[in-house]
Write a protein that binds this ligand. Structure first.
Ligand code: Z5A
Length: 222
């Protein structure tokens, strides 16, 4: 379940406004103070070509093609992101911290969007291959709170493709992420995201420490 490259690969997952971008930044700062070189990135996007695909998806134009075509676009963006950004960074020994990754396809296009699990599995095998995260932090938050946070942050800007889905969709997403975390406890950790950014950051750090840094004698390494 770990990537084959020397760096470490950490992903953050969760519903809208769960605080993923905030926690990606806080974790990178914290690892930086320990002298660990990090690369922060996001999906969809994270490479110039994948960012172009991101624009198409989030504009909502791809939605009318249906869930399979939308999932294929996410997969195309991910393939380029992995080839251009993630795998080279891991090969250099950097720690890669990614805001969303393959579990988002599983939750959004699969569970909440209705795309068959077999299709999602096949795409994941094809695109992700062995470059699976060493650790996935699932930020868990009631959908209503996450949407409120996302709305406050957006202000007057236009609502995007997924934010415009009904509350039931966002509730299904939360359950999807919770069930992914429960199914893969070796890779995933569920973190309560209702506290302050600092509280959540502390909980995230405790997971990263125990899963990836603790050498067993309390000194840590990396
Ligand atoms: N998607 C998909 O369908 N399939 C896929 O395979 C992939 C993605 C990879 C990308 O949108 C969309 O693509 C996404 C899923 C779909 N759905 N949507 N929309 P995006 O990248 O534009 O947005 P996002 O990934 O959903 O993130 P977000 O909703 O923008 O929020 P966030 O990164 O989780 O949270 P944040 O930006 O850190 O915080 C949001 C606000 O809350 C902000 O004002 C913060 O200051 C505040 N905040 C953060 N933490 C806290 C705490 N702890 N307390 C209070 N306030 C907080």
């Amino acid at each position: 379940m770990t990537s084959s490259a020397p760096g470490r690969f950490i992903t953050f997952e969760g519903g809208e406004g769960a605080g993923k971008s905030t926690q990606v930044r806080l974790l990178a700062e914290r690892l930086g103070t320990r002298g660990i070189r990090t690369l922060t990135t996001r999906e969809p996007g994270g490479s110039p070509r994948a960012e172009e695909i991101r624009e198409v998806i989030l504009s909502g134009h791809a939605a009318r093609l249906g869930p399979l075509a939308e999932a294929l676009l996410f997969a195309a963006a991910r393939a380029d992101h992995l080839a251009s950004t993630i795998r080279p960074a891991l090969a250099r020994g950097d720690w890669v911290i990614c805001d969303r990754f393959a579990d988002s396809t599983r939750a959004y296009q699969g569970v909440a969007g209705g795309l068959e699990e077999g299709v999602i599995n096949a795409l994941e095998r094809l695109v992700v291959g062995v470059t699976r995260p060493d650790l996935t932090v699932v930020l868990d938050l009631p959908a209503e709170i996450g949407l409120r946070r996302a709305n406050q942050r957006r202000g007057e800007a236009a609502i995007d493709r997924f934010e415009s889905e009904p509350l039931a969709f966002h509730k299904a997403l939360r359950e999807a992420f919770r069930s992914i975390a429960a199914r893969e406890p070796g890779r995933c950790v569920l973190v309560d995201a209702t506290g302050t950014p600092e509280d959540v950051g502390q909980a995230v750090w405790a997971c990263v420490w125990s899963r990836l840094l603790d050498d067993g004698a309390g000194r840590g390494h990396g």
